[in-house]
Design a protein around this ligand. Structure first.
Ligand SMILES: [Zn+2]
Length: 372
């Protein structure tokens, strides 16, 4: 069957108005549809063919609206079809193949959508009344756009780590970037991870909403192999991927700021960043969140073929340090217990996974770099 021909009769045509882009004159035309495009029959008998690929739809997404299609550049020709039977016919030709066309939702879909929105608002109000802000924060977190998390995380990082405290060594940066990309495949997540190494005496590491991970030099230098650092990064990356940072931050925000976050509003980002920096610098995750980050972090390591024994070994190193350091940030926010290490060991699939990771001289040299 040739394109456009219909069994049992001539193809269906619709009356339409055509604008040639040169003047505002309206030309009455008729339109026929085919599998690859539409044909416009002008009054003088000359046909025009538009391929669906080249057509832009600028109107007709809402019920009762005429469909307006545009084509061509720089002269923009336009076609307006009022006939209500045109939309379902066009839809039957383009659906699933050309994703740039939009049609009004069916009545059933619209009712379902309104119903879902209604139930969500009831749930939100109930959560707020019954359990207060933390419960509402948990409910809102999945709706916060990644772009909001990135903006807030970036602004908070600016507050928390001044430029002159950041390690800028090119070789160090490249090595860490490679490690991070191997750990979290950027093509499989909406988050872009960035590591910032802080030149400071504190022993700490933390994650910010949206994909920034901050590591302090003493902690970086305490890792004897890339596998050990990968363990810390996998855990921190999971706090981002599982939105633990965002959830904890939202719990601390005002109701208005939380609603703003759900809508991706970044208008008050300056003030928000100051508050976020305050909240995130003393952040304590719940025990559940820590266990989840450990568990999912271990999965991340195994998927990226890092020896997970590195993660366990680093935690054992930390255990050894306990008592030598005055309240190091990483230990106070990430409780180190025998139980935690035992739980991680239980997750290893093969006994050989627990083999020690040999210290790596080159790694230790790179980890000590900071400025050019
Ligand atoms: Zn943690």
């Amino acid at each position: 069957m040739a394109d456009g021909s219909h069994p049992g009769g001539p193809p269906q045509t619709w009356p339409a108005s055509y604008y040639d882009g040169r003047s505002s004159a309206r030309h009455p035309v008729t339109v026929t549809l085919s599998g690859s495009g539409l044909t416009i029959q002008r009054e003088d008998g000359t046909p025009l063919s538009w391929r669906y690929d080249d057509v832009r739809q600028t109107q007709g997404e809402h019920a009762g609206e005429p469909i307006r299609l545009e084509c061509g550049a720089p002269l923009q020709e336009a076609l307006v079809i009022d006939d209500a039977s045109f939309a379902p016919a066009l839809r039957s030709f383009v659906e699933h193949r050309y994703r740039h066309f939009r049609f009004p939702l069916s009545v059933r879909r619209r009712i379902a959508q309104i119903g879902a929105a209604f139930m969500a608002s009831i749930a939100a109000v109930a959560a707020l009344v019954l359990w207060g802000i933390p419960a509402l924060a948990d409910l809102v977190t999945p709706w916060v756009p990644v772009s909001w998390e990135v903006s807030v995380g970036q602004a908070a990082l600016g507050q928390m780590v001044p430029d002159n405290q950041r390690c800028t060594n090119e070789r160090l940066r490249k090595r860490l970037d490679l490690l991070m990309v191997r750990l979290v495949d950027p093509s499989k997540t909406p988050y872009e991870f960035h590591l910032t190494v802080v030149d400071s005496q504190l022993f700490n590491a933390y994650a910010l909403p949206g994909g920034n991970i901050v590591i302090f030099r003493p902690l970086l230098q305490a890792t004897k192999t890339p596998e050990e650092l990968a363990g810390v990064l996998a855990h921190e990356a999971q706090h981002v991927l599982l939105r633990h940072t965002t959830k904890s931050l939202l719990r601390d925000l005002s109701l208005a700021a939380m609603i703003g976050a759900a809508f991706g509003d970044v208008s008050g980002i300056g003030a928000l960043a100051v508050q976020a920096a305050g909240t995130l610098s003393v952040l304590h995750y719940s025990r559940d969140m820590e266990e989840q980050a450990d568990r999912e972090g271990m999965r991340l390591l195994q998927k990226a073929h890092f020896n997970p024994a590195g993660m366990i070994r680093f935690f054992e190193t930390l255990k050894g340090r306990h008592g030598h350091i005055d309240v190091p940030g990483y230990l106070s926010t990430h409780p180190q217990t025998e139980e935690r290490i035992a739980r991680l060991k239980a997750m290893l699939h093969h006994p050989s996974d627990t083999s020690a990771v040999e210290p790596d001289e080159e790694w230790q040299h790179t980890a000590a770099l900071c400025r050019a």
